[in-house]
Structures are given as C-alpha cells and as structure tokens.
Ligand binder design. Structure first.
Ligand SMILES: [Zn+2]
Length: 308
C-alpha cells in the first residue's frame, strides 16, 4: 500500500523506513490541526504494525480492513468522553495494554485528541509510557505537541504535520477524488483552506464556504492581473447560471470587505477607486443575468473588470 499522507515528505520517508525496518517506536505523537492527516497517518502505522502480509501494510488483508472500520481487536482508538479524555479512560487503557494481543503483531492504541487529557489523565498515561508493555504502540494525536506534558513529549517520536502546497499534484488529485470536484475547483479549495486537505474536502460540501473561497481566489488573481487564471477559475460554472449569481454575490462581499479594510487604513492590494469600480460593474453584471446573457461572455467581462 502506498503512503496515504500527502506532502510532508520528510515524515513520509521516516515512517516508511520505520515500517520497512520493522522498527515502529512504542510511542508516537502526531501533531497538527484538524484535517492535516493525523488519523490517516495513525491508521497507516497501525496497519504496518499489525498487517498479516509479508510486506506490511498491504491494505488488502482482513487485519487491514478491520483497522479501517475500527473493529480489529488489537487496534483501539480512545476518543474524548465529552470534552475530555478522562483519567478513568486512561486507567482502562493501562489495563488493556497489558493484555496479550489476539494477533502476532502486538497491539496499537490511538489516542485521538490527546491534548484533551487533563494533567491527571496525562500523568496516568505517563506511567504506562515509563514502563511500556512489550509489543504495544501508542499513537497520540494532538492539535499541538505543546499541549502535552513535557514528560510525555520527551518519550515520544514526534511528527509535526504541515499543510500541503496549493499546486501539489497529489493533493489536487486527492481533493478531486474525495470531494468530486474539478482540478480548478480542487485548487481553489486548497487555496482557501491554506493547503489543508481535510478542510478543503469539508468546504466542498458547504456551497457558501466553497463559493466564498472561489471569490477570494478570484480577488487574488485580480491583484496579480491574471486574466487567464480568472477565466480558468470561472470555467467550472459555465453551465450553472444559478451558481454564477451566487458567485457574483460572494465576489461583491469579498470586495466590500476590501473596501472596509481600505477605510480602516489596512493594507489592500487594490486602490479604493478600483474596488468601487469593480463593485459597481459587478452589480451591473448581476442585473443583466436576468436577461440570459451568454455565460462565457459574462466571464470575459468579469475578467476584464477585475483586471482593469
Ligand atoms: Zn494487510
């Protein structure tokens, strides 16, 4: 199976060499904000540790499938009970960790949102880290390693996940596949979510967030006077007149925000005249949409206005 984590080249090669040499550390801390691939990476490592195949992880055997659906007896995910992971959950985990594994590969415990453990839960967990049972891998997922006690951090191999770059082809393909969008839309989603694949996929499901991302992207292209880029960005909506209307509304609110920024003397890539001109022209275009104009022509006009 191919490493499912996108970008993060150094981490991917470290994990792959750990897997190849069968030297998976007993405590791993994966840090990064929501959507960067913490769970994806933890499942890959769990499969690598427990897979029945000769070259793990195969992603085809029963073990790999059971890990995917979260029902392998030697793979456990601890989730917060309410807002926190409570000390009682960690005590339970400590007992479980010393039970013999059902399979040959040992056991893997993933602690999701490990940063929600309070100090007493973290201290309880520390006890099992100090004298870890054989053949057990603990994978802690946290928003930030700095939210964990230093005594825990120092006993873990830490992987810090980063966002991907907007033009990373693998990232674009992944967003296209998961969100069912076009190449240009996937790029827009990645730009508007700062290269966070998980958030990009989520944003695709929310039309308003999605279109407001497209609008910000259009403004960035306008600042760069990239007329062709603007046309490419608009292209996916050529057959969707309804979305064109919504998009123009989003674009006008993005411009209105810039006008406000200008008024507050904040930095903007545009002059006040240009912003007002764009706003007025977009309002004109918006009113003409009722007369069924040719959408490609409308797009050319928008591109001309934005780059004027
Ligand atoms: Zn397998």
């Amino acid at each position: 199976m191919q490493m499912p984590l996108i970008g993060n080249k150094r981490i991917c090669s470290m994990v792959n060499s750990m897997v190849k040499n069968r030297r998976i550390p007993h405590a791993i801390l994966i840090e990064g904000e929501e959507g960067l691939g913490k769970s994806t990476l933890s499942r890959y490592i769990a499969k690598a540790a427990l897979c029945d195949n000769e070259n793990p992880p195969c992603d085809e055997c029963k073990t790999c499938h059971l890990i995917d659906v979260g029902s392998h007896p030697d793979f456990q995910v601890v989730e917060p009970d309410g807002a926190q992971i409570k000390v009682a959950q960690i005590r339970e985990l400590r007992v479980e960790a010393f039970l013999s594994p059902m399979s040959a590969g040992g056991r893997v415990f993933v602690i999701s949102a490990a940063h929600t453990m309070n100090d007493s839960a973290q201290n309880a967990f520390l006890k099992v880290l100090e004298e870890p049972p054989a053949n057990v891998t603990f994978i802690l997922l946290a928003k930030s390693a700095s939210l964990m006690l230093e005594t825990i951090r120092s006993r873990c191999v830490i992987f810090s996940l980063s966002p991907v770059s907007f033009d990373e082809p693998d990232a674009i393909s992944k967003v296209m596949a998961l969100a069912g969008v076009t190449n240009a839309e996937a790029q827009t989603l990645l730009v508007s979510t700062d290269g966070n694949i998980g958030r990009a996929v989520n944003a695709s499901k929310n039309e308003t967030i999605f279109l407001s991302g497209v609008a910000s992207n259009l403004l960035a292209l306008a600042a760069a006077k990239d007329r062709l880029g603007i046309l490419n960005c608009l292209q996916p909506y050529v057959k969707e007149k309804n979305k064109v209307t919504e998009l123009i509304i989003e674009l006008k609110s993005a411009i209105a925000r810039e006008i406000k920024k200008k008024a507050m003397k904040e930095i903007s890539s545009f002059t006040a005249e240009k912003l007002n001109f764009c706003y007025t022209e977009l309002t004109n275009i918006q009113s003409k949409l009722d007369f069924n104009p040719s959408i490609p022509l409308v797009f050319c006009y928008i591109a001309a206005v934005l780059t004027a």
